[in-house]
Design a protein around this ligand. Structure first.
Ligand code: ADP
Ligand code: MG
Ligand code: MG
Length: 876
């Protein structure tokens, strides 16, 4: 049987999300609930996939079926496509499985042409409305087809307004709008080389094609990569009868949430604009009114809306984000979806819904995206510093949090300043649009002069957990676009400002921030998550302070303590440099003797903080190039310290130069060439443990000593020997009963493949997936950024394998090593300590692979706890 590619709204329901996309499935569900939804149909996501399979053409089957449904829609509405007397006008809307707000383009008022618009004007007795609809259609269609961005057309509108001496778009007359429509059409012809299509069927397929194509535009690809959405999902296309919010003062359009998306507070929250259409509310063309004012303007429609909102929330058992239009007094629902919300709101809503008996704890735990928690873990302004700061302006508190950084004015500059220069940036814009998405992603904060709480900037920032203040109308941009005036001062690119997304205040200076604290809803929610979690969550911490921070976030041990990181501080790096450049064993021993007490002290501090929780300490693994001195002054100082002529030291440094330091003399290779390094480190660890044990006999302290970069059993045995000889001697002499374990990182593919061998002597494995990824792909993590973009573009790889575990390749090595390791040693301890230990989708993989714990940076611990709980719930 032929595949069905098109469904009427009345044929679908919410469960068909994968096929109909989120928007289509929910329009169908609302239709089924008997709500006032304009009629329409959905062309499936499978049709989109087919379109790409067929080489970007809409095949005859899909075309025929679509036309059949247009005929059905004509039957249902009693209107006809292209009929001058009774025209069927439709919107063509995209909608994929996962909501991708603003990612793809919608075309409204399709079906109008020169003839239709004229009789439409006559029949409605409202020429202004008719021509407004027409110019919007041409504008949207041209934008989508030509992909030129909305700017150009907006400029034409601005010129027209200026010519007429008006500021509001509602003051444009029918004649003005007609003239604009002509201008848009000639622009279309100039750019595309043919006339603007007047046949509604041509318009329709042009629009459908554009929606399919938009699935693969740059911002959609970037959004998918950011949100782990596979490119083969495709988007559905919804074709829906138009309803008109731009018919005059009794018509309007709006958006609303069933709870406050910033705070989670229960109650209707939204905005609307009378005599407006589509995106006008969010685009900030005029400042919208808050939803409660609708009650005064149209009490009946308001009451109906309130009741629909309640039905929808009860039905979906989650906060809803809805779009509606009022056409000459009558309410229509155009969309509902689970609303994007800030992390703080998400936590409150999850707890409230449980308390209201709407959902159970399991559902609550599974409804928050772990990555979102990041936002509540982030810094707030230091209350003391804030007291002394005077705001220079106040906008809408669109997305909470505190941000401080250098001002930039374009999305491109945000990327340059943030990614390339490593600065914190605040993106200041008149308003944002989907083209800005990458720059917004790189920004610490976003400030806009235009737009409400549901403007693009606000919605996207909340989704990203980025602080945002919107609609600060007093901002005056400099003509050159590289400065703005606010509160009597001028700010230029690179100047520091601070934003408080919780209050809406903007400060013309850098304000100190302080870490967030965990309590209230967050704590309650995390306790639920912990109930369902089976994997442990440890942290990667190199200092007692990091360890203490991680404990506050719920870490259950240290999975990776990187001993070389202890030496990054200025007063310590000298000692490690000395060790690295030593030519003789004596020189090295002198240097190591300086390092011993420093290391022992750090380990003691960490053991004190961690008590009976497990601590894995990795032996030194410094890629040499990160530690060698390059600065003339540093070199002179080091030479003096070592009683060595500067020239000799320089010769040593250049002899240590490696062509490929990531694959160079590092990790256990250092202990093989210089056993005294492993000896010193073991001594520092064991003595620290003995000292702490003496002070705290109650601690169940079993240090786990981890050897990095092992590729061969004999290599491991050699290093393990150094460790056990040193440790056993010290323990015997101390008279303290101390146990310890010796294990290895699995980060060289050879070790993964030979894990059964290695497990003969290794008591635990910890997957070092940064190096494992690097070595498996054969590309350096320091250099991959330079060429990975080309791989994303060409769809060879969809994700950065350093951020999201490559489950097929690297994952296969992990699963293999788990199996082989357990063959030899059934009770072998297994964990992961690479960056991936904090990435939710990678964590689910670790759960399925059977790891006992994941380890991640302190700020990711709550994220990992939640991801581990969700993995357990999903796979149980
Ligand atoms: P997005 O996914 O970007 O929200 P939508 O497809 O929801 O895009 O549409 C963009 C705007 O057009 C929304 O404000 C929506 O309410 C409005 N709209 C879509 N279809 C219709 C229609 N049939 N009648 C009136 N307005 C519509
Ligand atoms: Mg929408
Ligand atoms: Mg490594």
């Amino acid at each position: 049987m032929a595949i069905k590619y098109v469904y009427l709204f009345s044929e679908g329901d919410a469960s068909m999300r994968n096929l109909l996309g989120g928007k289509g499935a929910n329009l169908a569900e609302m239709t089924g609930l008997g709500m006032p939804v304009p009629r329409g149909f959905t062309i499936t996501t499978e049709a989109c996939t087919k379109y790409y399979e067929d080489g970007e053409i809409i095949n005859d089957d899909i075309r025929a079926e679509t036309l059949e449904y247009i005929a059905k829609l004509e039957g249902l509405t009693g209107k006809k496509f292209g009929d001058a007397n009774n025209p069927l006008l439709v919107s063509v809307r995209s909608g994929s499985r996962a909501s991708m707000p603003g990612m793809m383009d919608t075309i409204l008022n399709l079906g109008l042409n020169d003839t239709v618009v004229e009789s439409f004007a006559e029949k409605t007795g409202n020429p202004r409305f008719a021509y407004d609809s027409y110019r919007r259609f041409i504008q949207m269609y041209s934008d989508v087809v030509m992909e030129v961005g909305k700017e150009y057309f907006n400029t034409l509108i601005d010129i027209m307004k200026e010519k007429r001496g008006i500021t509001l778009d509602t003051d444009l007359t029918a004649a003005d709008l007609k003239e604009l429509a002509e201008q848009f059409k000639s622009e279309y012809k100039a750019k595309i080389g043919s006339d603007f299509p007047s046949d509604p069927v041509d318009q329709l397929f042009g629009a459908i094609k554009a929606v399919f194509r938009s699935w693969d535009n740059e911002r959609a690809i970037f959004y998918r990569r950011m949100n782990d959405i596979p490119s083969n999902w495709g988007t559905a296309v919804n074709v829906q009868e138009m309803v008109f919010g731009n018919m005059g003062d009794t018509s309007g359009t709006g958006v609303a949430f069933s709870r406050n998306p910033s705070t989670g507070e229960k109650g209707l929250y939204g905005e609307f604009l009378m005599n407006a259409q589509g995106e006008d509310v969010v685009a900030g063309v005029r400042t919208p009114e808050t939803i409660d004012h609708l009650q005064e303007q149209n009490p009946a429609a308001y009451a109906e809306f309130v009741s629909i909102v309640k039905t929808l929330e009860d039905h979906y058992r989650d906060m809803q984000d809805m779009e509606f239009t009022i056409e000459e007094g009558k309410l229509f629902m155009l969309q509902t979806r689970s609303g994007k919300r800030t992390a703080a709101a998400a936590l409150k809503i999850a707890c409230d819904l449980v308390d209201e008996g709407m959902i159970d704890q399991k559902k609550a735990v599974s409804m928050i995206d772990p990555k979102q928690l990041d936002a509540v873990l982030h810094p707030q302004f230091d209350p003391e510093a804030l007291k002394n700061a005077a705001p220079i302006g106040k906008g809408l508190a669109a997305s909470p949090g505190a941000a401080c950084g250098n001002v930039v004015f374009t999305a491109e500059d945000a990327v340059i300043w943030a990614r390339d220069k490593g600065c914190d940036v605040i993106l200041v814009r008149l308003e944002t649009s989907p083209e800005d998405i990458e720059g917004m992603h790189y920004s610490q904060g976003i400030l806009t002069a235009r737009g409400g709480m549901t403007s693009h900037a606000a919605v996207v920032a909340r989704g990203m957990g980025t602080c945002c203040v919107s609609g600060l109308g007093e901002i005056k941009f400099g003509a050159e676009g590289k400065s703005f005036e606010l509160g009597g001062n001028t700010y230029r690119e690179g100047d520091f400002i601070s934003l408080d997304g919780t209050t809406g205040y903007v400060y013309g200076e850098a304000i100190k921030t302080v870490p967030a604290s965990i309590s209230g809803y967050f704590e309650r929610f995390m306790n639920w998550a912990d109930e369902y979690r089976t994997m442990k969550v440890r942290t990667n911490a190199d200092t007692p302070a990091d360890a203490a921070q991680a404990l506050k976030f719920g870490a259950e041990g240290i999975g990776l303590c990187r001993t070389e990181h202890m030496f990054f501080e200025a007063d310590r790096i000298a000692a490690i440099r000395e060790m690295i450049v030593s030519k003789t064993v004596e020189q090295r021993k002198t240097a190591l003797a300086k390092l011993l007490p420093i290391q022992r002290g750090d380990f003691e501090g960490i053991f004190e903080v961690m008590g009976s929780l497990p601590v894995t300490i990795r032996l030194l693994d410094p890629p040499l190039h990160e530690f060698l001195p390059t600065d003339e002054g540093d070199i002179n100082a080091l030479a003096a310290e070592m009683n060595m002529p500067v020239s000799e030291l320089k010769a040593i440094i250049s002899s240590l130069h490696e062509f490929n330091p990531m694959m160079g003399h590092r990790g256990c290779r250092l202990d093989v060439t210089y056993p005294e390094i492993g000896e010193m480190q073991t001594q520092a660890i064991i003595e620290a443990a003995i000292n702490v044990k003496k002070r705290h006999p109650e601690f169940d302290l079993v240090p786990e000593i981890m050897v990095p970069l092992i590729g061969e059993l004999k290599e491991f045995q050699f290093v393990k020997n150094i460790i056990t000889e040193t440790a056993d001697r010290l323990i015997a002499a101390s008279g303290i009963d101390l146990k310890y374990m010796v294990g290895t990182m699995i980060e060289i593919p050879r070790a993964a493949i030979l894990a059964d061998e290695i497990a003969k002597d290794a008591e635990f494995f910890s997957f070092g997936t940064n190096d494992l990824t690097q070595m498996t792909f054969g590309f350096s993590r320091d250099d991959a950024g330079n060429f990975l973009d080309a791989y994303y573009e060409k769809k060879i790889y969809e994700n950065d394998p350093f951020a999201r575990l490559d489950q097929e390749g690297v994952g296969k090595l992990i699963s293999t090593a788990v199996k082989l390791g357990q063959q030899t040693r059934p009770d072998i301890k297994l964990g992961i300590c690479g960056e991936h230990g904090g990435d939710p989708s990678s964590i689910e993989f670790c759960f399925k692979a059977g790891l006992a714990y994941v380890s991640c940076s302190p700020f990711r611990v709550p994220i990992a706890r939640l991801a581990a709980a969700q993995a357990a719930l999903k796979n149980s």
